[in-house]
Design a protein around this ligand. Sequence first.
Ligand code: ASP
Length: 371
Amino acid sequence: MKKRLMPIVTFITALLLIAVGCSQSPQAKEAPHQTKNGSSSKKGNLPNIKILATGGTIAGADKSKTSTTEYKAGAVGVDSLIQAVPEMEDIAHVSGEQIVNIDSQNMDNKTLLKLAKRVNELLRSDDTDGIVITHGTDTLEETAYFLNLTVKSEKPVVVAGSMRPSTAIGADGPSNLYNAVKVAAAPEAKGKGALVVLNDRIGSARYVTKTNTTATDTFKSEEMGYIGTIADDVYFNNIITRKHTKDTDFNIAKLKKLPQVDIIYGYQNDGGYLFDAAAKAGAKGIVFAGAGNGSMSDTAKKGAVKAVKNGLAIVRSTRTGNGAVTPNREFEKDRLLASNSLNPQKARILLMLALTKTDDPERLQTYFNEY
Ligand code: ASP
């Protein structure tokens, strides 16, 4: 009797085990710590994320906890930034390196090259899976776009900052840093170019810009939108079609210096002498922040045409904040280029890099059409 019951008991036990397995939610069957779209790895097999710190308000400090505008930027080192967010250790193996500790309005070409070279060096190694750069917000978009054009890797590169110093009530630095590490650790962040993370949003370095002097939701991209959000998990919603990282022509490995490119702001009663002054100071290119669709006063245009004749590259951008500057025939005949939808400060970054490849106006214009 017992012998005859044995196969039935085994069969029922097997059925029960299958049923228990099926009743688990799909998520529960996934590895622990895996986010809905798989953006964090399981513990023990965490990605290695390097934080390169450059200063800014995220590393700012003040005696007062209530002051959010009077503080010293770049006062706190990378180790303190990491220690302030121990939760990062649950989602990545985090290590830090101090590149500089400055206000980002003092970021210069030399430091930009140093940073980009270090990012490339780290990403070539199997020991680094992604990079987070902490940066002041004032010129963050310029550094992020420079990296977008010069990093030769598909691994995630995320630039983060904060609007409130580390000592303020409601400091946004710790959560921005945590989110940046989460994005850098996300497999979906690969191949998307340099990303900007603040205020629970993921922006493309090609599109986001600082839009507010003090508010925490300052980084926006009105026309393009964000490419993702962070709400515990990482969600990507948009794709970037412009060329970036591995697909660009720019290789800075051996570059010692970037050519000088200046920005001239267009306004009523502006003068052509501004172009002369820039040329005299050594500029190889000038971006003109024109009113409207890159328009120029007759006097500014005279100065610009003279500069082109003297071998400078002139790119018309716009001070409006949105929209593409179109290659109008009136300007094309004088070889005055159009920035497409790059704002003046990002057009400057692209023009510096493009001038390391060519000074031919047609080829320069192609870069602005494609990047
Ligand atoms: N002046 C600071 C900087 O850009 C402002 C900030 O980080 O928000 O470094």
